[in-house]
Design a protein around this ligand. Structure first.
Ligand code: HMG
Ligand code: MG
Length: 298
């Protein structure tokens, strides 16, 4: 059975833009977030409070957040440590996400830590965030394959997911950072997580579309009962610290499929497509999303 409603966790303004080499003006980012909210996205990940040298594109988080803070949508931000949490709290952020890795190679590349050192960095951050009344999501990267280590054993993913859950992350987003997952693998991982005591209701899926499998993988997750799906408007994205990671699942491609299945999202596809076409113009290259391209041909 499929769910009747899906919540899309829009990551275009964060995952989508973080890899862009040319700095996007803060006012354009704010307009992007505003238009995404106006198109009906109820959760719009806004930016990251990470080290500005690590992700220069998002170094304007302090300037951006106040411009979007009053929008009537959820506006989570990425926070890697207590320094990031302090910055977020000072601006009135209400929702954060920490981001762990299932593999040692990516933990080192993305967080300059081992897997367990990164978890130790997050633990006090998550505890303090919860005490401050914030909602906390835990991302887990490299849940299926890793560019340095190859296929990632399911037990390894289950161990770190449980650690994030036990730490207090209310939602766990399973990242296929380099887009190598296939539907059988998705099904197997979700089943293993359930068997380890992690309920499907706490799980979100986060697919990148490198091998064109993101929608098939999403459908496998929906059939398993997942109702929160991460996607990026226009299919923008990639991770600067994961070679071969291309764009995220495009929100428009996802909405086209969900509309066809009669699953509610609350999203106005025309408004969303217009937003992605506008951003593609700004970035100077066409959106990789098939749906954006199809609907943009008049
Ligand atoms: P580090 O170099 O080990 O930092 O980086 P440190 O803890 O040793 O601190 C060094 C200096 O940085 C200190 O300053 C800190 O204050 C400062 P100093 O005392 O030397 O003057 N510092 C900060 N400044 C501002 N904001 C902060 C902050 N933290 C420390 N938050 C660190 C460790 C975790 C900070 C770094 O590795 C980092 O920022 N990494 C972020 C990488 C990133 O954002 N990657 C992309 C997001 S993950 C992703 O895209 C995957 C996802 O989409 C899911 C998927 O697809 O798989 C979520
Ligand atoms: Mg990602």
């Amino acid at each position: 059975a499929l769910p009747t409603r899906v919540r899309i966790h829009e990551v275009g303004a964060r995952d989508g833009l973080q890899n862009e080499k040319t700095l996007v003006p803060t006012a354009v980012k704010a307009e992007f977030v505003r238009r995404l909210a106006a198109a009906g996205l109820s959760t719009v990940e806004a930016t990251s409070f990470v080290h500005p040298k690590w992700v220069p594109q998002l170094a304007d988080a302090e300037e951006l957040f106040p411009l979007v803070r009053d929008l009537p949508v959820r506006l989570p931000v990425l926070v890697p440590n207590e320094r990031g949490l302090d910055r977020a709290l000072a601006l009135g952020v209400r929702e954060i996400a920490v981001f762990a890795s299932a593999t040692e190679s990516f933990a080192k590349a993305n967080l300059n830590r081992t897997v367990d050192e990164a978890l130790a960095l997050f633990a006090p951050t998550v505890t303090r965030a919860i005490e401050a009344g914030l909602k906390v999501r835990g991302y887990l990267s490299m849940c299926f394959g890793d560019p340095w280590e190859g296929a990632v054993p399911i037990e390894q993913v289950v161990r770190v997911t449980k650690a994030l859950a036990d730490m207090g992350c209310d939602e766990l987003s399973l990242g296929d950072t380099i887009g190598v997952a296939t539907p059988g693998h998705v099904q197997a991982l979700l089943t293993a997580l359930n068997e380890a005591g992690v309920p499907t209701s706490r799980i979100a899926v986060h697919f990148h579309d490198t091998y064109g499998q993101a929608l098939s993988n999403t459908l496998a997750a929906l059939r398993h009962g997942v109702t929160t799906v991460d996607a990026s408007a226009g299919g923008l994205g990639g991770c600067p610290y994961a070679k071969s990671a291309t764009g995220n699942l495009a929100t428009e491609d996802l909405v086209w499929m969900l509309d066809g299945l009669g699953i509610e999202t609350g999203i106005d596809l025309a408004a969303l497509t217009a937003t992605s076409a506008w951003m593609a113009d700004h970035l100077g290259r066409p959106s990789p999303s098939r749906t954006v391209r199809a609907l943009s041909h008049k």
